[in-house]
Design a protein around this ligand. Structure first.
Ligand code: G3P
Ligand code: CA
Length: 291
C-alpha cells in the first residue's frame, strides 16, 4: 500500500473505527462486471444529448443513458451539455445577433429551431435539442434507464424543483422508475443534496473525487460518488465502497469518460460499479456489461 493509501486508510479509520481495505489482488477477485452507461447517449456515434443518441444506444443494446439538463429563458428544461449553444447547434447562423449564445438567454421555442445534428455529420441534419419531456418519453419508449445530470445548477436557481416536477409529470417518480431506472447526479453537492432532501427515495450521485475524509459527509445524501477515470485508484474505489449511502447500501462509483478498451479494463480491474462512455460497444467488448 502506498503512503497516500495508508494515509487515506488512517483517515477512514478515524471515521468508521477499524477498517481493513482489500489489496488490489483481493479486490480484483471480488468485483462484479460494471454497468455500462452511454454518455450523452451513444455520443461517439450520434450527436450528443439528442434523441438520435438515445436510439443509437438502444440499437447497440444499452439500457443506461446519461444526459445533461439545463433551463431556458422561459423556464423550460432542455437536454444539452454546454451552457453555450454554439458548439453543438447552428445558433450563430440562425440568431447572428444573439451572442454570447448562452442556453439561459434563449426561449424553448427559439432553441427548438436549432439544428443540433449537423455539427456531428450531414446524416444527422435536423436533429433537435430535446426538451426534458421529449427526452424522457423517448427513454421510456425504448425501455431504457437514465443517469440524469443537473448541469451548472448555479446558473439556474431552483432547477432541482423544476426537474422533479417534470419527472413527476412524465411518470418518472413512480416506484418502478425510482427504484430501477433513474439516478440524478451533479457536480454541485448542493444540488444533489437538494434533490435528496426533496425526494429521499431517488438514487443520487455526486460527480467528482472528494477527499476520502469528506466521504462520510457525501454519504449522507449521495448513493454514488462518480469521479473522472484519471483520478481513481484501487484504494480510492475501496474507500468509497467502505461507506454506506443514504439508503443503507454500499456507496457506488461510476467513472467517466472511458472511451478505449485499455482504460475500461483498468477501471473494471479497480472494481468500479459503472463505466460512463461515448462508445459503449467498445467498453462492453472489453469488460462486459452487467445489464
Ligand atoms: O456523467 C459524467 C460526465 O457526464 C460528467 O462530465 O462534462 O461530460 O458532463 P460532463
Ligand atoms: Ca454529463
Amino acid at each position: 500500500m502506498s503512503a497516500r493509501a495508508a494515509t487515506a486508510t488512517a483517515a477512514l479509520a478515524g471515521f468508521v473505527g477499524v477498517l481493513v481495505l482489500p489489496t488490489a489482488a483481493e479486490a480484483a477477485q471480488q468485483h462484479d462486471t460494471p454497468v455500462v452507461v452511454a454518455h450523452r447517449g451513444a455520443s461517439g456515434y450520434a450527436p450528443e444529448n439528442t434523441l438520435q443518441a438515445i436510439d443509437k444506444a438502444d440499437k447497440l443494446g444499452f439500457d443506461w443513458v446519461e444526459n445533461d439538463v439545463q433551463r431556458t429563458k422561459d423556464g423550460q428544461l432542455v437536454v444539452i451539455h454546454d451552457t453555450n449553444l454554439a458548439r453543438t447547434t447552428n445558433v450563430e447562423q440562425i440568431f447572428p445577433d444573439r451572442a454570447p449564445y448562452n442556453v439561459g438567454d434563449f426561449t424553448a421555442a427559439e432553441i427548438a429551431k436549432l439544428d443540433a445534428g449537423s455539427w456531428k455529420g450531414a446524416e444527422f441534419a435536423g436533429a433537435r435539442v430535446p426538451t426534458l419531456t421529449q427526452y424522457l418519453d423517448r427513454v421510456d419508449h425504448n425501455h431504457q434507464k437514465l443517469l440524469m445530470e443537473i448541469k451548472a445548477p448555479e446558473l439556474y436557481p431552483g432547477i432541482e424543483k423544476d426537474v422533479l416536477r417534470v419527472l413527476g409529470e412524465e411518470g418518472w417518480l413512480n416506484r418502478d422508475h425510482v427504484r430501477n431506472r433513474l439516478v440524478i447526479q451533479s457536480f454541485s453537492a448542493d444540488s444533489v443534496r437538494t434533490v435528496h432532501e426533496r425526494r429521499p427515495d431517488i438514487t443520487t450521485g455526486f460527480l467528482g473525487t472528494p477527499d476520502v475524509s469528506d466521504l462520510p459527509r457525501y454519504a449522507q445524501f449521495a448513493d454514488q460518488i462518480n469521479p473522472s477515470n484519471g483520478t481513481i485508484s484501487d484504494w480510492y474505489v475501496a474507500a468509497v465502497h467502505a461507506f454506506k449511502g443514504p439508503h443503507g447500501k454500499r456507496l457506488q462509483l461510476f467513472t467517466w469518460t472511458v472511451n478505449d478498451a485499455a482504460t475500461a479494463r483498468r477501471a473494471a480491474g479497480l472494481g468500479v460499479d459503472g463505466i460512463i462512455t461515448n462508445v459503449p460497444d467498445v467498453v462492453r467488448e472489453a469488460v462486459g456489461d452487467r445489464e
